[in-house]
Design a protein around this ligand. Structure first.
Ligand code: NAP
Length: 247
């Protein structure tokens, strides 16, 4: 049983989707969780769900690719919680199209929201973690960052960049007992994959050795492990949660 009582976490992009599931999973393990999202309403609603579990929570709305927003988000969280033990960089978007059709704006938006955000948030998070001489940072990358995917040059580059960022921050802060790891989910059942036709979903599933899509719970269970003391001697690693797609 993983016990995170007295721990304080911030999860970006946790108003909905995988981020929301991660926030709830951490709260179920006893953690107080700050909910960061660009959408004020969904952030507030996840924060309410956390409070209903008996944990403290605040919603901090803002754009994680904007340096000023990130600074004010972290100062609100540290003011409320007094410390920060866990950061999960989860917020992410896609703007898929083939390279020849990809606009500069498609590239910039995806790189900023998926990768620059992880740099900005990690830079803030390590300050209280250094003081405490402990901390856990988990970056939600993607198998696409490991293997590429036609139509996702921007997304694949952002997720591969996130893996390089993970390893570098892990090296810089290992001596301070701050663990930095990435999770690379494969195809996860979300609102996005729900829109696929049955035949497309079957085609997708047949490419996966386990023959099925993963769930947000599968991803959040891996996050929980990497945020717990069970993973204290693991840093700079990429854990794929993909039913065996990449091996
Ligand atoms: P999602 O449902 O689209 O959720 C992403 C969340 O991030 C949303 O709440 C979104 O807010 C928020 N967000 C977007 N831009 C933001 C910004 N600039 N600042 C702050 N928050 C922002 O996505 P998901 O499927 O849960 O994916 C979560 C993470 O897992 C992403 O990093 C994604 O790349 C990764 N991943 C997903 C899959 C998959 O199959 N779903 C596979 C591999 C990796 P809004 O509600 O306003 O849009």
């Amino acid at each position: 049983m993983i016990d995170l009582s007295s721990k304080k976490a911030l999860v970006t992009g946790s108003g909905r989707g995988i981020g929301r599931e991660i926030a709830l999973r951490l709260a179920q393990a006893g953690c107080d969780v700050a909910i960061s999202d660009i959408d004020e309403q969904t952030a507030a609603s996840t924060a309410q769900e956390i409070k209903a579990l008996g944990r403290n929570s605040i919603a901090v709305a803002g754009d994680v690719s904007n340096s000023a927003d990130v600074k004010s988000m972290f100062s609100a969280v540290v003011k409320e919680f007094s410390s920060l033990d866990i950061l999960v960089n989860n917020a992410g978007i896609t703007r898929d199209t083939l390279l020849l059709r990809m606009k500069d704006e498609d590239w910039d938006a995806v790189l900023n929201i998926n990768l620059k955000s992880a740099f900005l948030c990690s830079r803030e998070a390590v300050r209280p973690m250094m003081k405490a001489r402990s901390g856990k940072i988990v970056n939600i990358a993607s198998v696409v960052g490991l293997m590429g995917n036609a139509g996702q040059a921007n997304y694949a580059a952002s997720k591969a960049g996130m893996i390089g960022l993970t390893k570098t921050i892990a090296k810089e802060f290992a001596a301070r007992s701050i663990n930095v790891n990435a999770i690379a989910p494969g195809f996860i059942k979300t609102a996005m994959t729900d829109k696929l036709s049955d035949s497309d979903r079957e085609k997708l599933s047949s490419a996966i050795p386990m023959q099925k899509l993963g769930s947000a719970l599968d991803v959040s269970n891996a996050v929980l492990f990497l945020c717990s003391s069970l993973s204290d001697y693991i840093t700079g690693q990429v854990l794929t949660v993909d039913g065996g797609l990449v091996m």
